[in-house]
Design a binder for this molecule. Sequence first.
Ligand code: PMP
Length: 347
Amino acid sequence: MFNLNDIIRPNVLRMKPYSSARDEFKGTASVFLDANENNLGSLAGENYNRYPDPHQKELKQRIAEIKGVEPDQIFLGNGSDEAIDLLFRMVCRPGQDSMLHLPPTYGMYEVSANLNEVRLDAIQLTADYQIPVEEVLLAIKPETKIIFICSPNNPTGNLIEPESIEDILRAFKGLVVVDEAYIDFASDQSWTNRLQEFPNLVILQTFSKAWGMAGLRLGLAFASAEIISVMDKIKPPYNINEATQELALQALEREEALKDMVEEIVQERELLINALPALATVEHVYPSDANFILVKVKDPNGLYNFLLGKGIVVRNRASLPGCEGCLRISVGTLEENQELLKAIAEF
Ligand code: PMP
């Protein structure tokens, strides 16, 4: 059985969160002289002289409605990168505990583990970028506290088979983090509707991709209320700034526009997937459930530099084990994608 208190760091279990006067006072007030703000106003715009709501109540309420979860099952971070970092700090004792990830995958799991002195175990994905479940289960040690699964996976673009994730969720007594940064572009459903079933499941999503808000830095974690309350306890109090909270609330009223944008990106992705194999330098185009495509080419470094010369930047993944010979290409606008195809054809 999974028991959060068994894996949480003792100092985290013991500590009290930072609390502000606005958390403590009861009743109503109109004069706020408690937080050393500038009561004359802000040079940046109305309201920005005040600290933002540290609990992000309004935003969480709205996200809960849209995602079909409870507000207390939502953590908001300064990008999902902040949630990754906090998860390590929550359960991994520096120098003692370890995490397991499945490369080739998103690089921040490793960076954040290194920063927090979390030991790292890596099990390579199979040739078709799926999880070798038996191998993963054998690699679990008493010190293993977190397993990171990215689905759709970055940089390979594919969804991970749900049966594999389920097997790991059932067998592992630590946290299983399913990073769904690209789920809005995928043909499969989010794991959010299975939170009740798995007390050790943490789902990451972000406003940086489909919602087009990478510059505002807003990431989400969904998990049991118990896990979320600990993440909230250890987060920096004002991690989501006022402008981001306001703009996210506005964006959340535009779900139709989101759908249209996602549809267009998926359509453009399929056009690229169909067009790329005809180009002489292209050896393989991997299927994608994300807003990018992994493409194996004959001369990745040559093509990468050639495209740079044309003013087109893609991601060179050729030296990443498991992605030899590959470039990772984000899906752009129709015009940008045509420019890209034309440039590759000229190489
Ligand atoms: N997870 C994955 C798989 C990503 O690719 C990224 C961003 N590239 C992130 C998380 C981080 O997103 P955010 O902008 O929310 O920090």
